[in-house]
Design a protein around this ligand. Structure first.
Ligand code: AMP
Length: 311
C-alpha cells in the first residue's frame, strides 16, 4: 500500500500513541508538586534514572508505588558522573518512549530537567563519599561517584522523598547512596532491589542497546562467569582469588577488556582473601566491543544469573 493510500489516523486513536504524562523540567515546579502532595498527606517515593527505561527501571517504580502514594521518577543523563572520554553524548535518550512506559504505572510526576537546571551557573558544590566509593568503579571512573552523589543529593532536596528505590545492578552506587544518606542525616529510606535480567540471564541495562547481535551473545559471558563462581561458592569454594579466576575465565575469552572481577566485603567493599566471614560481593566490569557492562552477585544470596544454571 502506498503512503498516499494510508488512511489518516482519526484523533480518537492518537491518545494511545501520545503519552499524557507531561514531564516537569523546572526544579521549583517539582518541589511545589511534592510539597502539595505532602500537605495532602501523601508519602513521596522517588526513583532516579538516566532514562532509556527498561524492565529493571520499571521494577523500581512498581516497588516505589507499593511504598509511597506520590511517586516521582527523574530522567536525567547526569553529565558530572561521566568522565571526559565516556559516553555522555552517545548515551541513549528517548523521552517519549520512557513516558509511554511510565504512564500505565501510575507515576505522579516525571522530572526531566536540562543540565543547566541542575547545574546552575555559579554552582560549586560536590558531594564526596569516602571509602565505599574508592574501589571498583571508583578507581576506574575517577570522579564518577562524586557526580552520582551530588546529583542524587540535589534531586533528594528537590523531591524530599520518604523513600527512594535503587537497583543492586549498580551495587556500589547503592552503597554510596546509603552511606551519603546516613552521613547527611537524610530522612529517606533507601531501598535496594535485585537485578532484573533478560530471560537468558543478561542483566538489563540501557547500554545493552549499543551491543551488536554478536556482542549481545558474547555479553552473556558476564552472567556465565558470575554463575560459575556462584556455583563454585555453593559447592564450598571460599578462596576469593579462585572465585575471581572462575568468573574471569569465560569473560576473558570474549571481552575486549576487564576492568575488574573482584570479590569484596558486600557491606564495606573492603578487599577479602577468604569468604568465611561476612557476606561477599563478586562484581565484574568489562567491555564487550566498545560497550562497558557491569554486573554482580552477592555470593550465597543471589541465584546464579545464567538462566541455565539458576535451577
Ligand atoms: P540508570 O538509568 O542506569 O542510572 O539506572 C537507574 C536505576 O535503575 C539505578 O538505581 C539502577 O541501579 C537501576 N537499574 C538499572 N538496571 C537495572 C536492572 N537490570 N535491574 C534493576 N535495577 C536496575
Amino acid at each position: 500500500m502506498s503512503s498516499s493510500s494510508t488512511p489518516t489516523p482519526t484523533p480518537s486513536l492518537t491518545p494511545t500513541l501520545t503519552p499524557s504524562l507531561t514531564p516537569l523540567a523546572c526544579g521549583a515546579e517539582l518541589r511545589k508538586a511534592c510539597d502539595a502532595a505532602r500537605r495532602r498527606g501523601e508519602r513521596v517515593g522517588f526513583v532516579p534514572t538516566m532514562g532509556a527505561l527498561h524492565a529493571g527501571h520499571l521494577a523500581l517504580v512498581r516497588e516505589a508505588k507499593t511504598r509511597g502514594s506520590f511517586v516521582v521518577v527523574s530522567i536525567f543523563v547526569n553529565p558530572t558522573q561521566f568522565g571526559p572520554n565516556e559516553d555522555l553524548t552517545l548515551y541513549p535518550r528517548d523521552l517519549a518512549s520512557d513516558l509511554a512506559r511510565l504512564e500505565p504505572l501510575g507515576v505522579s510526576a516525571v522530572f526531566a530537567p536540562q543540565p543547566a537546571e541542575i547545574y546552575e551557573a555559579g554552582e560549586d558544590t560536590r558531594v564526596h563519599v569516602g571509602r565505599v566509593a574508592e574501589p571498583l568503579c571508583g578507581s576506574i571512573r575517577r570522579g564518577h561517584f562524586d557526580g552520582v552523589a551530588t546529583v542524587v543529593a540535589k534531586l533528594f532536596n528537590l523531591v524530599g522523598p520518604s523513600v527512594a528505590v535503587f537497583g543492586q545492578k549498580d551495587y556500589q552506587q547503592l552503597l554510596v547512596i546509603r552511606r551519603m544518606a546516613r552521613d547527611l542525616f537524610a530522612p529517606i529510606e533507601i531501598v535496594g532491589l535485585p537485578t532484573v535480567r533478560e530471560p537468558d540471564g543478561l542483566a538489563m541495562s540501557s547500554r545493552n542497546a549499543f551491543l551488536s547481535p554478536d556482542e549481545r551473545s558474547r555479553a552473556l559471558a558476564v552472567a556465565r562467569g558470575l554463575s560459575r563462581a556462584a556455583v563454585a561458592f555453593a559447592s564450598g569454594e571460599r578462596r576469593a582469588r579462585v572465585l575471581e579466576a572462575t568468573a574471569r575465565e569465560p569473560i576473558e575469552r570474549v571481552a575486549s577488556s576487564i576492568d575488574y572481577a573482584d570479590v569484596r566485603d558486600a557491606d564495606t567493599l573492603a578487599a577479602i582473601e577468604d569468604l568465611t566471614g561476612p557476606r561477599a560481593l563478586l562484581a565484574v566490569a568489562c567491555r564487550i566491543g566498545a560497550t562497558r557492562l557491569i554486573d554482580n552477585v552477592v555470593l550465597g544470596v543471589d541465584a546464579p544469573p545464567l538462566a541455565a544454571l539458576a535451577g
